[in-house]
Design a binder for this molecule. Sequence first.
Ligand code: ADP
Ligand code: MG
Length: 679
Amino acid sequence: MLKKELNIYTFGDLLEHYPHRHIDKTKVSKIAEINMQTEFIQVAGKLMYPEVIGEKRARRLVAQLQDDTGTLELAWFQGINWVQKNLSPGMQYLVFGRTGFFNGRPQIVHPEIELYVPAKADGRNFLEPVYPTTEKLKARGLNGRQLGKLTDTLFSQIKPEHLPENIPDAIRLPLKLMDRCEAVRAVHFPETAVQYQHALRRLKFEELFIAQVRLNLVRLQRHRASKGVVFERVGDYFNTFYTQYLPFELTGAQKRVIREIRTDTGRGHQMNRLLQGDVGSGKTMVALLSMLLAADNGYQSCLMAPTEILAQQHYTGLSELLKDMPVEITLLTGSTKTAQRKKILKGLLEDTIHFVVGTHAVIEDAVQFKNLGLVIVDEQHRFGVAQRARLWEKADVPPHVLVMTATPIPRTLAMTAYGDLDYSVMDELPPGRQPITTVHRMETARANVMDFVKTEITQGRQAYFIYPLIEESEKLSYEDLMQGYEQVKSFFPEPKYRISMVHGRQPAEQKETNMQRFVSGDTQIMVSTTVIEVGVNVPNATVMVIESAEKFGLSQLHQLRGRVGRGTEKSFCILLTGVKASKEARERIKIMCATNDGFKIAEKDLELRGPGDIEGTRQSGALNFKVASIVNDKELLEKAKMMAELLCEDDPELNMAKNLMLKSHLQSQPQKNGWGRIS
Ligand code: ADP
Ligand code: MG
């Protein structure tokens, strides 16, 4: 039962099944004290009149609890027979639970209930632990407090050697962390609330620290074990470009990341780096400079994008930048003609082509390189680890891998989810960008919004209208889009205005054509679903109208907004909603209007949704913490990370005497044993 319901298999598991709260057992309230504001209460009284009433789903066992001030109704919808069998009418019971009102009278549904024994006189267990449990277990009488009794019994037999310390003293003592055995005991059975907080802090730190140590060991192990091509020199390609053709001064962040990449690729081990940069932070230039570095060392590079449009844009942009350089660059996508394709494949095999830009599906499948040294993947969240691995197979010594993503992930999340990768952040935008002005408008103000868009278009700019189409197959939202298109068309009649429409139901070719017309400025308006979300660069577009903005998540809104504000003109993002947006939706929109900073938005997103939902981290087991929270325990996480890094660099095998108990803890963890089994 415990196994299935709570995943408790061993005594160790039971010890780590921490209470979610403690109740002051000495405090027994009066029933008359219950009012609308009461949340949880503990009362004692005589149990009377248990009876089963109601039909079907309303069938329930009710009983009355009476003290000298009033009566409280108790109700059970599950485990009725079992509970009824075990209740003794007329006896005194101690009852705890969340209070509610039913027909104007106070009630507790599925209370925690036991025969009343006044609090122990010895003062021990003054704060009694209450554990998370499940309805099923409760129905069987194993409620949150009885689990505590089990744990209490277990503790009477626990000795410090059963819970050996796993954090080296040199780290633990300066941070004033309780020792492990004491902390586990105190988190279950604290003597005071303050002691409980200390215990909790220690256990949180332990959890974060152990996770960080593991990640660091994996990363360092990879550094040492992997072979990598060596980019030892900066040569003519890089230098000539840098001094003669670089169209702007690099930002500090770009310079820093290039330095990090140089160090990585010079060491003889494979680079596996994640580059996170907010939309518009200039990741493409970092990619190009890295590719030039590869060329200087005699290696080919490939740059992969998730869509044809993006690959095309990268190719056009890079070719322009490289037009006076002796560099061969080519584009390879699904629509590359057979003859051309043959030529490219030959060029890659003979090393006459330095750079290939393309969609990853294409590059992955058929392409052989003579001398591949660097793979750059744009927009990581559409590109899996397995796919990356397949690319490495193409070379004896695996190429360096740089994965770029414009989906900002909060630092704390990245630290835990990607702690085993090398990780760079570009949190700085190029200078001179005008911040995008974001406003929220009700649908009722649509006419004004349209007028505004019209003035922008009259000044020669372009505009996006984005519709939510969560599932491309969803018929309803598809009709919304069509209606929206008609509406936009009636405000912006042809032939004076020209409109492109792009959505997921179109054949790829039509999508490309429509997109291309907007990119080239042939159409002024783009009506689209979120398919344009990633990476598209149309600097002349200055307005983005997001329809039904309440239906989008924060990071998606931010990604979409990143499509404007890419040129020198002032840009605007207008979030249209109905009047009935939910509280959370209004909160999201408020944040969008308040900041353009993707990392701030990602932090908020994490707070609002919790770590489980953040894109790209869902499968990462690294986030399943028992007590720690990457949202609420940021400071502890920072400390844990720093300590873990220092320790691992100092002693990567954990062979020093002071680290041995940590090592044995890590080794003992995967096969949780040594505690025997309970059921
Ligand atoms: P993203 O990081 O979103 O991929 P891009 O690489 O597309 O961003 O860059 C966005 C725009 O900023 C491009 O037009 C690019 O030329 C420009 N840009 C990049 N770096 C700088 C810089 N250091 N100074 C000025 N403009 C820059
Ligand atoms: Mg980009």
